[in-house]
Design a protein around this ligand. Structure first.
Ligand SMILES: Nc1ncnc2c1ncn2[C@@H]1O[C@H](COP(=O)(O)OP(=O)(O)OP(=O)(O)O)[C@@H](O)[C@H]1O
Ligand SMILES: [Mg+2]
Length: 185
């Protein structure tokens, strides 16, 4: 078999495995176990995966000052929530002349707000309406399961999610994450 065919096979099998993993997550969610998670660790893992992902090459991930706090989360679910949001941002930025993805943080007395922002293609009212509906996708390479999983996990962890978007001017996703115990704890 020639190299080109092997390359195609490899990519296809990666794709099938990614879809299958997502599908299994979707249909058989493992029990979500909320515990005390050190927030900077979570962000560090995301930064590391982004920096080693060839698909994000040339697209810097801007990260604001990371609050030194503990939050209520299931570490695996939290990682998947952010990975799904960042992957969408990356896909939305294909073809954007000056692409930007940003993670920013704000602290309230009992909550941490995390904003995931991109200046990509954005969504119209219909796309926003069906954003969390399984299998609704407009991305070239999409199964439409990412955001429905995000929604499931966000709910199960007691977080909150809001999405603002305009076609052509990008998307802002805000997550509200409860602190573990007192803010200083
Ligand atoms: N940041 C974003 N900018 C523009 N459109 C978005 C963004 N995030 C989501 N969307 C729209 O919402 C749809 C659903 O997103 P979702 O993550 O559920 O599916 P997907 O990315 O298409 O596929 P999957 O996540 O399963 O690989 C996307 O196909 C796209 O139309
Ligand atoms: Mg997605």
């Amino acid at each position: 078999m020639n190299e080109r065919a092997l390359g195609i096979l490899g990519r296809e099998s990666d794709r099938v495995s990614a879809i299958l993993t997502k599908f299994l997550d979707f249909t058989r969610p493992k029990p979500v176990e909320v515990r005390r998670v050190y927030f900077p660790d979570l962000i560090e893992e995301l930064r590391a995966s982004w920096e080693t992902d060839p698909r994000a090459e040339g697209l810097p991930l801007g990260i604001g000052p990371v609050p030194d706090v503990w939050v209520r989360a299931d570490p695996l679910c939290a990682h998947q929530v952010f990975t799904n949001l960042l992957t969408n941002a990356r896909k939305a930025l294909e073809g954007t002349p000056e692409p930007e993805v940003h993670l920013d943080f704000e602290e309230d007395p009992s909550l941490l707000t995390v904003q995931v922002r991109d200046n990509g293609c954005g969504m119209d009212a219909e796309q926003l309406r069906t954003l969390f509906v399984p299998f609704s996708s407009t991305f070239k390479e999409g199964t439409g399961l990412g955001m429905s999983l995000v929604f499931q996990f966000v709910q199960a962890m007691g977080w909150d999610i809001r999405v603002q978007s305009q076609p052509g001017s990008g998307t802002l996703v805000s997550l509200k994450i409860p602190f573990w115990g007192a803010r200083t704890g």
